[in-house]
Write a protein that binds this ligand. Sequence first.
Ligand code: IPD
Length: 298
Amino acid sequence: MAEVDPYHLLDRAVIAARAGAELAAQWRERGIGAVDTKSTDTDLATAADHAVEALLSELLLAGHPHDQLLGEESGESSRGEGAIAAEDTDRPATTVSAEPPAEGVEPLATAEGVRWIVDPIDGTVNYVYGLPQYAVSVAAEVGGQVVAGVVVNAATGEEWTAVRGGGAWRSGVRLTCSTEETLQRALVATGFGYDAARRAYQASVLTGVLPLVRDIRRLGAAALDLCAVAEGWVDAYFEKGLNPWDHAAGGLVATEAGLLVTGLRGQPPGPAMVLAGPPALHRQLHDLLVEMQADGGP
Ligand code: IPD
């Protein structure tokens, strides 16, 4: 068993995410390169997505042969087994994150090392169109639990960080979520998948939700949606069909800002549903989404 300090993991995540965001911004300035389609004609991956993921992988795994990485573009990769690197056991002298370490966040014992969960560019469609709402997302998972995460909006440089038990932060400011308790007054963000049948089903769910809330927002990057609920810029967020890289880092930021981040019917957040809301609102939105069978369909 070796010990890892979650703040050290956050520092590594922040260094990688900032470099990734800079690279994404450079590609955007120079032209985004080749655009490929993935699961459907609307699901895009640019050359920049691949280049940023390769950079994240290099920065996070170099010198850490025991670590693994799950990335949107390359899937699950492993650098193989090995001893826990010495760097993992000591906190670096300087901290790169603007987040002050919290008391009571203890080092974690692990025999398996860290699994990094990364989205090189979340909001690829926005990126292709030049809408300034796309992000690099890096989360560190230890023992099956996300313990540190960072989301960097590559267009604006805004950076959200969280360590489990240490709060959610942007630029040295600790975040607290909305205190809205009434569904009718809630501004709710959501998103849609890339498959046409799934979209039709999601639209039918929305017809049941839209009349009962203040309004709906579709910003186009799940990681940033989760940071937006952490900020209180929207009151709640839900989406079916997310992958771990979409919500790993942002989900921790939202949780640490006081939101409940779950699936439906007692499930953890996952492909069937990610629902983030302040406790009282979460309950009401949860029940409405269950009524609408929002976790069903294609
Ligand atoms: C997508 C975005 C979008 C969400 C989709 C995701 P990508 O990620 O987060 O907001 O609605 O479900 O797949 O493809 O841009 O990395």
